[in-house]
Design a protein around this ligand. Structure first.
Ligand code: GDP
Ligand code: MG
Length: 601
């Protein structure tokens, strides 16, 4: 197909506004899949996606469309993940597109994610086609929605705005026409050396990494010798092809097209989303701009829970990581929990998704420790060969007596919200050390930008934000820099035994209050024993909070049998000594203890 008949586009929308339904309808109308074949929500085939109603992993399909102008067009639909916690993936998918359909549900109007996604699309210089969906719905308010869309951007004011029902198919034909009429064909230089963007990847245990690519210049041929410029990895294309939506082998991919390369590479780290793919023999002189590998923002420990074995957890985690290159893991060992893994995530929602995927796809239940940010710890006694220690696990945080100073990762947090929640959000952000950078209005929506330490976002910020806005606000974070912070480690002792897995790092001014809340929560979540157990929070060798976990009411020694008081006491005492000894080596902590810190659920 000539480049001028190719269109690469994405659909962007707030969650549930009909993106997947429209994608299915487009495939149907272009006969990419027959109506019978198309079970509902063809693209969202991961179980977690269906449960959450979100698209976690990007998917891509090539459709052929016979335009009313008599010309056949190649439409490459590039699916983007539906959640802003995955804005890294959203951005790369959008970078592979030239235009985007901005879909807005007429029963809800413009929502936070409409604005957040539009912002990402504009950053990638995409041509936007605004479309109103669900006009068949009795609750639709088409006119008000149109008004809202027109006010989003000056260029929308005069633009025709399509009104469709993705469900019934009404006017979807107009969308198909608008795609070739309004979205520009890819701008390419076919004669130049190969230059392609890796915008997604997937792992197959037989084939290795499968890279999803958009070709900007040149041509890609089967069996061609290739190079990933950033990672400096060379390989030979094992197979190249297109998505129909299943993978279909082709002999060549041309400038402007979208498809896949089976790399044969077994090391997932070598194929990074955002990297530039070029010819090994005749490389392009300039890589594509703005390569930034996915950066783990939040870390947490994953440990086998109850019935799960370490081996099963290990297998599940390694398989999952191959399908999600932004999920990272390393084996670690906890005194309290035994062998497990330290895992890195893009954000809290990512952590939740991974945890659920482990359960649903691999039947593996994990115990998750409280998440934390990354710290750079500078020691009083300088290190050899390195400036600072990179700490991603609070257990490894050095003793305070050795520390000179600590820096922590900061992010730019962009919150998009209906304006009636603005006051509450500002209060929340202030409580979490947010420093406001910018505030702008989009009619009933407000976009506020804060500079915040990752640790403040890592604990309960996301959930608190969702709670106070009833899910209406979106959060998009971007790494800024490491900055000086005054933090301390809180260690928890249960029955005088330190439980390493409960270590957390907090700002010094908040230590006392956090410690108090923490032990208070422990009071109700730590499994009771026959005797009271002290729970203490220790900071810099001092106990700053303490509470006693009440004993179980039923006591074997005094239960039913008649014994003398002194005998009873004697027995109790002996029992206590024995039990305490056992307890120190045998504190089995349920997830609820970690959730007390985590607030994940
Ligand atoms: P996504 O989250 O943007 O991918 O949204 P989905 O495509 O999953 O749609 C969310 C819900 O809205 C589903 O229950 C769809 O059946 C429904 N839906 C999508 N488009 C329409 C439409 O045009 N009319 C009506 N009435 N419902 C729709
Ligand atoms: Mg969807």
């Amino acid at each position: 197909m000539k480049t001028k008949y190719i269109r690469n586009f994405a659909i962007i929308a707030h969650i549930d506004h009909g993106k997947s339904t429209l994608a299915d309808r487009i495939m149907e109308l272009t006969q990419t899949v027959s109506q019978r074949e198309s079970s509902d929500q063809l693209l969202d085939n991961m179980e977690v996606e269906q449960a959450h109603g979100v698209t976690v992993k990007s998917r891509t399909v090539r459709n052929f469309y016979q335009g009313d102008d008599g010309q056949e067009y190649e439409y490459n639909f590039i699916d983007t993940p539906g959640h802003v916690d995955f804005s890294y993936e959203v951005s790369k998918s959008l970078a592979a597109s030239d235009g985007a359909i901005l879909l807005v549900d007429a029963t809800q109007g413009v929502q936070a994610q409409t604005v957040a996604n539009l912002r990402l699309a504009l950053k990638n210089h995409l041509t936007i086609i605004p479309v109103i969906n669900k006009i068949d719905n009795a609750a639709a308010n088409v006119q008000a929605t149109e008004e809202q869309i027109r006010q989003l951007r000056p260029e929308f004011a005069q633009m025709p705005i399509l009104k469709i029902s993705a469900k019934t198919g009404q006017n979807v034909h107009q969308v198909l026409e608008a795609i070739y009429q309004r979205i520009p064909a890819p701008v390419t230089t076919a004669a130049s050396p190969l230059k392609a963007l890796v915008f997604d990847s997937q792992y197959d245990s037989y084939k290795g990494v499968i890279a999803y690519i958009r070709i900007f210049d040149g041509q890609l041929q089967d069996s061609q010798k290739l190079q990933l410029m950033q990672q400096k990895v060379n390989f030979k294309a094992q197979e190249i092809g297109i998505f129909t939506p299943n993978m279909k082998k082709t002999a060549a991919l041309n400038a402007g097209e979208v498809g896949y390369v089976i790399t044969g590479i077994k090391d997932v780290g070598s194929v990074q989303v955002g990297d530039t793919l070029t010819s090994a023999d005749q490389p392009t002189s300039q890589a594509l701009a703005s390569f930034q590998p996915a950066r783990s923002m939040v870390y947490a420990g994953f440990y086998p829970k109850d019935g799960t074995s370490y081996a099963a957890l290990k297998e599940a985690i390694s398989k999952l990581a191959l399908n999600d290159s932004s999920f990272q893991y390393l084996a670690e060992e906890s005194e309290a929990l035994g062998p497990g893994f330290r895992c890195g995530f893009l954000g809290i929602f990512h952590l939740q998704i991974i945890r659920e995927r482990l359960l649903k796809e691999y039947q593996v239940e994990v115990l998750t420790t409280a998440p934390n940010a990354t710290y750079h710890v500078y020691l009083k006694k300088p290190l050899v060969n390195q400036e600072y220690l990179t700490i991603t696990n609070p257990v490894k945080f050095p003793d305070f007596s050795e520390i000179d100073y600590v820096t922590e990762s900061y992010v730019k947090a962009t919150i998009t919200t209906p304006n009636n929640y603005l006051g509450d959000i500002m209060k929340l952000a202030t409580q979490h050390d947010g420093e406001m950078i910018e505030l702008s209005n989009q009619q009933e929506l407000v976009v506020i930008t804060y500079k915040m330490p990752v640790s403040e976002i890592a604990y309960d910020f996301f959930n608190a934000l969702k709670a106070i806005t009833h899910g209406y606000a979106t959060l998009d974070t971007e790494f800024l820099d490491f900055e000086l912070v005054d933090v301390v480690k809180i260690q928890i002792q249960i029955n005088y035994a330190p439980v390493d897995a409960l270590d957390i790092i907090v700002p010094r001014p908040k230590a006392a209050q956090t410690a108090k809340q923490l032990v208070q929560k422990m009071k109700y979540t730590v499994p009771r024993r026959l005797y009271p157990m002290p729970v203490q929070a220790i900071v810099e060798n001092k106990s700053i909070a303490r509470i006693d976990v009440p004993p179980l009411r039923k006591n074997a020694a005094v239960n039913g049998e008649k014994r003398s008081i002194s005998k009873k006491q004697q027995l109790l005492r002996r029992q206590n000594i024995n039990k305490r000894k056992a307890a120190q080596s045998d504190i089995k902590l349920p997830q609820s203890v970690f959730d007390a810190i985590l607030n994940l659920n």
